[in-house]
Design a protein around this ligand. Structure first.
Ligand SMILES: [Zn+2]
Length: 252
């Protein structure tokens, strides 16, 4: 699908390609605008920002889920973080901590307003050592929704690892990680999936959620395989199958 066919700005709903929709799912492209996320360099020297790879993956996942009868809500469908942050040209400075929190809370509000049945946040990992590889999927344990979030995370993790095998980049299993926005290692992007935090997250997301880190952008071999149209298609197919399998499981 042509990314330019999506409306600009944050929080857009894209209807399922057939009615009635079987579910509403939010796909959250991590980072965006002045926040590039992690940076990596492919084997042939191209620099890739996490925010661009999360967006291309998200748009491809959206297209596949809509074909499967799911209405998809996107926290962003372009590079921009939404009107309250201006365009990426206007906003050249990195986000302050307060702006980053406001951005994340805006994403939660989007998911809640859309009454999404599930939330999947797409990120890529990074580390100082370029040899480090592997796939992991996180969810927040400190919510009544945790068992359903865990089922979603497991479905995503296993499908992503199968996809990377298909891409000839079999990935070490770093596992489904029980985390919490309230724990020391949590916070940050996990706020999307976490419980109420008085004075900060007054209205937490109201649906099961998981955050995927399919591979390390800082591993040149993995990034080179992923930062191609085929890499994005394979990953998007895996994520959309992971979501669909989870929705089937909820129905039983
Ligand atoms: Zn990230």
């Amino acid at each position: 699908m042509d990314p330019n066919s999506f409306p600009p700005g944050g929080c857009v709903a894209l209807p399922a390609s057939r009615e009635p929709a079987r579910a509403v799912v939010m796909i959250d492209a991590g980072h965006g605008g002045p926040d590039p996320g992690a940076l990596g360099t492919t084997a042939d020297g191209r620099q890739i920002a996490e925010k661009d790879l999360t967006l291309s993956t998200t748009l491809a996942v959206a297209s596949r889920l809509r074909d499967r009868g799911v209405t998809v809500v996107l926290s962003r469908s372009t590079d921009d973080l939404g009107s309250s942050f201006g365009s990426s040209e206007q906003q050249a400075d990195p986000l302050t901590t307060a702006e980053s929190q406001r951005d994340l809370l805006g994403r939660v509000r989007c998911a809640n307003q859309a009454r999404a049945d599930a939330l999947v946040s797409i990120h890529f990992n990074s580390f100082d050592d370029p040899k480090v590889r592997g796939s992991e999927t996180l969810y927040d344990v400190d919510r009544p929704l945790a068992p359903r979030s865990r089922a979603l995370a497991q479905s995503l993790q296993s499908n992503i690892r199968a996809g990377l095998v298909a891409l000839n980049r079999p990935s070490p299993d770093r596992g489904v990680i029980d985390d919490s926005a309230g724990s020391e290692s949590g916070g940050g992007d996990l706020v999307l999936l976490g419980p109420r935090v008085p004075g900060y997250v007054e209205e937490p997301s109201a649906m099961p959620g998981a955050l995927v880190e399919p591979l390390f952008l800082t591993n040149p071999g993995d990034l080179t395989a992923m930062a191609t149209p085929r890499g994005v298609e394979v990953l998007a197919s895996a994520i959309s199958t992971g979501v669909a399998d989870y929705l089937d499981g909820e129905r039983r």
